[in-house]
Design a protein around this ligand. Sequence first.
Ligand code: SF4
Length: 219
Amino acid sequence: MPIISSYGRAIRIYARKGREWALKYVDGTAADKNGKPSRFRVANRWLKLLDAPFLVSSDCCDVMKKSPVHKYQRETGRMPFTGTLACESQLRKQAWMRTGCNGFAAKNPTSQPMAFWTENDVLAYLVDNDIEICPVYGRIVKADKTEADECPKTPKYKLTGVTRTGCMYCGFGCHLEKEPNRFQRMKETHPKLYEYCMRPVSRGGLGLDAVLSFADIKH
Ligand code: SF4
């Protein structure tokens, strides 16, 4: 079950090693494999996931996204272009600073030709070229300028709908959302999918009602 965050991965590992071991990640005394203080921290409130009647992980990303792409790469010899931006995460920024847009010498060669764009660049490009976007993002409207604008000449834009999308049923990060959170919104906009999502696995659903209830996430 992909809920909370990449803690999920950590918690899954903790679950194998036991509670004592997991507690080190709460009080900050855990070390990584090089003996340095681990960057992973688990909030006390999520320790209960050790006792959850379900497993928490992001393995679905490997099964549904990474493995099929790697299989395609092996079978065709083709390498991927991706639309990821360096500004999306510290990890992506560091990767871009290491290799630039074309990591051809990497173990898994990829090209990220948009890596140096900002999210505002993307919106400005869509507006300038009158490109239609998926309705779930709403409309692109002018936003207030901020001091953080990298390029004062580029108008600042924002979306009126959701700003990021992923798998519709993914629970990563939903505990940080203001209400209505993604599941509460899904209930209104996609009631049939919501019902499928919440229905117990034994009745052909995804069983998220029990999972979100266990984690005290409103839905
Ligand atoms: S984005 Fe999709 S594949 Fe990735 S963890 Fe969430 S549900 Fe799984």
